[in-house]
Design a protein around this ligand. Structure first.
Ligand code: FAD
Length: 322
C-alpha cells in the first residue's frame, strides 16, 4: 500500500473524468488515496472526489489559483507534496498536467513518467507502461532511487469507477504561500465550440483532407451530434484551414484514447496514429482498401465517406430513437 496523491483537475466548476479515473485506480489497488484540489471557490467539489475513492482531500483555496497558471500550480503542488511526503503522485496527461508536473518533478529532484496508459502499484512502488516511438512500441518503466514517483496518465486509459455517494473523505484546508508571481492570468477567453474537447470525449469523429473544406466537416458534426461526440481532424485538414489546431489529433496535435474513434477519410499516417491508436474501438471509412488506417481499425468500411457518413448518421438516429 502506498500513500498516493492525485492532483485533481476541474474546469467551470466541474471535476474532470480523468481525475476520477486516477482516484479509482489508486483506491482500487488498496492505496491510501489523497486528492489535492486547487482553485478559488472549489471546496464544494471535495465530496465528489470522495465518491470516487479519495479518502483525504487537501483543499487549497487561493485567489492566485482562480485560473490555472504554471507558476502558481507548480508552487502550490510542490509545497503540499513536500509537506506530506507521498510515495506516488499522479495527474492527468492533459495540457495542464503536462505543463506543471515536469516542473514539480524538477523542484522535487525526482523522475516523472509521462503519458502512461497502465499503472501497476507494488507496495510503495509504481511501475508504469507508456507508449514510445509515436505509439509503435510500449515500454515498462520502473522508478529507481528514493523520493516520490510522479506520473501523468492519458485520459480514458484507465476507465472511471462508478460514483458511490455514501463515501466520504477527511477534508483538510491547506494554506500555501504563493509569494510574488511573475505572471497572472486575467481572463480565459473560451473558444466558440460547445463540443467536448477531443481528449475528454468518449467518442471522437475525425476527418481528413478528403473532407475538402470546412463546410465538408458539417457532415461530421451532424454525425457527432447523434453520438454526443467530439470532432477531431488530421493535420492535413488543419493545415488546409478546415478545422482549428485544437482539434488536431496526432503527434503534433492531441493524444486521444476514446471508447470509439471514427476516422473518416484519414489515411492513417504514423503521425496521426500516434494520437489515436490507443482508442478502444477504431472505425475507419476510406475509399482506399490499402490505406494504413485499416491496419489499426477494428471495423473498416471501404467506401466514399460522402455516402457512408450520412447513411451511418441515419442508421444511428434510428437506433437511438428505439
Ligand atoms: C513532424 C510531423 C508531424 C505530424 N503531425 C501530425 C499530426 O499530429 N496529426 C496528423 O494527422 N498528421 C500529422 N502529420 C502529417 C501526416 O504525415 C499526414 O500527412 C496527415 O496525417 C495526412 O492527413 P490525411 O490522412 O487527412 O490526408 P491524406 O494523407 O491526403 O489522406 C486522405 C485519405 O482520404 C482517403 N479519401 C479520399 N477521398 C475519400 C472519400 N471521398 N471517402 C473516403 N476516403 C477518402 C484517401 O484514400 C486517403 O487515405 C505530421 C507530419 C510530420 C512530418
Amino acid at each position: 500500500m502506498a500513500k498516493v496523491f492525485i492532483i485533481a483537475e476541474h474546469r467551470d466548476g466541474r471535476l474532470k473524468k480523468s481525475t476520477f479515473e486516477l482516484i479509482g485506480a489508486a483506491s482500487a489497488a488498496g492505496n491510501e488515496t489523497h486528492a489535492v484540489l486547487l482553485g478559488e471557490g472549489v471546496a464544494g467539489l471535495a465530496n465528489e472526489l470522495a465518491h470516487y475513492g479519495a479518502q483525504h482531500v487537501h483543499v487549497i483555496e487561493n485567489p492566485g489559483l482562480k485560473f490555472y497558471s504554471t507558476e502558481a500550480y507548480t508552487k502550490a503542488v510542490t509545497e503540499v507534496l513536500k509537506a506530506n511526503n507521498p510515495e506516488i503522485v499522479l495527474a492527468s496527461h492533459t495540457p495542464t498536467g503536462r505543463d506543471f508536473m515536469p516542473r514539480v518533478a524538477a523542484r522535487l529532484g525526482v523522475g516523472l513518467a509521462s503519458d502512461c496508459t497502465q499503472l501497476k502499484f507494488e507496495g510503495s512502488n509504481l511501475n508504469v507502461r507508456r507508449p514510445v516511438y509515436a505509439g509503435k512500441a510500449m515500454v515498462e518503466v520502473e522508478f529507481l532511487g528514493s523520493g516520490p514517483r510522479l506520473a501523468t496518465v492519458r485520459p480514458n486509459a484507465l476507465g472511471a469507477p462508478k460514483a458511490d455517494t455514501s463515501k466520504t473523505a477527511a477534508v483538510k484546508n491547506v494554506t500555501v504561500e504563493l509569494g510574488s508571481l511573475k505572471t497572472k492570468v486575467l481572463e480565459i477567453v473560451k473558444g466558440s465550440s460547445a463540443r467536448p474537447d477531443v481528449t475528454e470525449a468518449s467518442v471522437v469523429v475525425s476527418g481528413g483532407r478528403s473532407l475538402k473544406s470546412a463546410d465538408g466537416f458539417k457532415m461530421l458534426e451532424e454525425l457527432a451530434d447523434v453520438l454526443g461526440a467530439a470532432v477531431g481532424a488530421s493535420r492535413a485538414a488543419v493545415d488546409a484551414g478546415f478545422r482549428p489546431h485544437g482539434d488536431q489529433v496526432g503527434q503534433t496535435g492531441k493524444v486521444v484514447s476514446p471508447s470509439l474513434y471514427i476516422a473518416c477519410g484519414i489515411s492513417g499516417a504514423i503521425q496521426h496514429l500516434a494520437g489515436m491508436r490507443t482508442s478502444k474501438v477504431i472505425v475507419a471509412i476510406n475509399t482506399d482498401p490499402e490505406a494504413p488506417i485499416f491496419q489499426v481499425a477494428d471495423y473498416g468500411i471501404v467506401g466514399d465517406l460522402f455516402a457512408v457518413v450520412p447513411a451511418l448518421k441515419e442508421e444511428l438516429k434510428k437506433v437511438k430513437e428505439h
